[in-house]
Write a protein that binds this ligand. Sequence first.
Ligand code: COA
Length: 260
Amino acid sequence: MNFENILSTYEDGITTITINRPKKLNALNKATIKELHEAIKQAEKDRNTRVILITGSGEKAFVAGADISEFSDYSVSQGERLAAQGQALLFDFVAHLSTPVIAVINGFALGGGLELAMSAHFRIASDNAKMGLPEVSLGVIPGYGGTQRLPQLVGKGRALEMITTAGMIDASQALQYGLVNHVASQEELMQLARKIAAKIVKNSPVAIASAINAINAGFEEGENGFDTEITEFGKCFGTADFKEGTTAFLDKRNPTFPGK
Ligand code: COA
């Protein structure tokens, strides 16, 4: 598939997907959401890809939100469908991926942009980044999981303040809140992302998928994370990666994980 709104490149186990609508501050229109879904699905299927980085093109924005021009005249049912389809195609899809996804926030991450970053497994940001969920200033609320994931990440009080004030926080406050794990200068951001990704690439992708599943289970309604951990832990003992990891340790060599 040829992409019009995104770029996807691969190097050393890392697929980097760049949202590429800089003139619109990389706002997420429906076409971009579909392309992101396709590109992420391809990366997930590609056995060489061990980490996915998502970032925005240009120096100003990661993603400045859902594309407001697309939904300004929507009805109640269209609004509900927009949220449901977006969550299924992109936001829940990313959160439940077996391959770790890092959001590399290189500028504004607002509305759907912050929601995309929060769907990723973790986030790093440039020191000029600004983050917020300004939807109530438009008369709407976050619809791509923001009312759920923001309180999970920063706590209910901080989430309520951010959402009700529609304000933005800067990178250092996001770091203090635990919304992002690291902050770097814009020039060094991608280098930092690749350095973290390179550490992940060395590890067992099968075990990483199990870890993501167990961690996610603790945040799912009706699931018991501890039970999921026990099941996933047991599953690891039946994998070639486990045999390789433990054998390599005992042989005092670095493991080469077959990924199964
Ligand atoms: N949807 C659609 N278009 C958007 C957009 C969005 N979420 N965010 C930015 N754009 C467009 C602008 O309309 C403008 O397009 P134009 O040049 O054709 O007029 C272009 O991107 C540049 O944005 P601009 O507002 O001129 O840049 P700025 O530096 O003055 O302001 C922001 C930057 C991020 C503060 C401002 O663009 C903004 O508030 N965007 C909307 C954020 C938002 O509410 N997101 C939640 C959506 S649910």
